[in-house]
Design a protein around this ligand. Structure first.
Ligand SMILES: N[C@@H](CCC(=O)N[C@@H](CS)C(=O)NCC(=O)O)C(=O)O
Length: 203
C-alpha cells in the first residue's frame, strides 16, 4: 500500500480533506503533526515555504495546496476513481461543484470559522456573512436528495462539499435539512469516519 506523509494541525483543518481522500483511496497515512505557530518558521517552512497547512510528501515529492493534492492523489490511484475527466458524463457538473466549494466557499468559510473561534477579529465574519448565507442557500437547494453531487459516483467534489458544508452548518451560516441529510450521507462513509473529519458534527 502506498504511503503519504501528511503535515496538519489536526483533524478539521484542510489536512482533513486529504486524510479523507487518502482513506477513500486506500493510501496509508504517516501523520506529521504541526503545532499551531510552528507552521510559520523552519523547519516547517523548509517543507512548505508558504507556511500553510497542509503539505504532503508522496513518491519522493512535496506537494502543497489541499485541493490540488487531493486531485493528484486521486489521479494516481486506479480504483476507486474519485474524479471525472474530459469527455466523461458529469464532467461539467464535477468542475462546477469542485470550483464552487473549493473556491467560492472554502476560504471564506474557514475565515468565518476561525473568526467565530476568536482567533481573528469579528470583522472577518461580518465581511462574509451576508453573501455566504445567500450563496450557501442557493447551493443547498441544489444538493441531491440521494447519492452524490455527480450521481451515484462519489467524487472529490463531495469531499470539497463536505468540508465546506460542515463549516457552514457549524458556523450557523446554513440551516437546511437537505444539506444536513447530504452531510449525514457523507459522514456515514467508512473513509470519512476513519479520517475523523466530521467528528465534531452533531448527528
Ligand atoms: N489554499 C490553501 C490554503 C491553506 C491554508 O490557509 N491553511 C490554513 C489551515 S486550514 C493555514 O495554514 N492557516 C494558518 C496560516 O495561514 O497562518 C490550501 O488549500 O492548502
Amino acid at each position: 500500500m502506498a504511503t503519504i506523509a501528511l503535515y496538519g494541525f489536526g483533524d478539521t483543518d484542510r489536512s482533513g480533506k486529504i486524510r479523507w481522500t487518502a482513506c477513500e483511496l486506500g493510501l496509508e497515512i504517516e501523520e506529521r503533526p504541526v503545532a499551531f505557530g510552528k507552521h510559520l518558521g523552519p523547519p516547517y517552512t523548509d517543507v512548505n515555504p508558504f507556511g500553510q497547512i497542509p503539505t504532503v510528501e508522496y513518491g519522493g515529492k512535496t506537494y502543497v495546496e489541499s485541493t490540488a493534492i487531493c486531485h493528484l492523489l486521486a489521479e494516481d490511484v486506479e480504483e476507486p476513481k474519485l474524479w471525472i475527466g474530459r469527455g466523461e458524463p458529469e464532467r461539467t457538473t464535477y468542475l462546477h461543484w469542485l470550483a464552487l466549494f473549493g473556491e467560492t466557499f472554502e476560504g471564506r468559510l474557514v475565515e468565518c470559522a476561525v473568526s467565530k473561534l476568536g482567533l481573528i477579529g469579528p470583522e472577518y465574519f461580518a465581511l462574509h456573512e451576508k453573501a455566504l448565507r445567500r450563496k450557501l442557500a442557493v447551493a443547498a437547494a441544489r444538493l441531491p436528495a440521494e447519492g452524490y453531487l455527480c450521481g451515484s459516483q462519489f467524487t472529490l467534489a463531495d469531499v470539497l462539499a463536505g468540508y465546506s458544508l460542515r463549516l457552514a452548518v457549524q458556523t450557523g451560516l446554513l440551516d437546511h435539512e437537505g444539506a444536513r441529510a447530504y452531510l449525514r450521507r457523507l459522514a456515514a462513509r467508512p473513509a470519512a469516519k476513519a479520517s475523523r473529519v466530521f467528528a465534531s458534527l452533531p448527528d
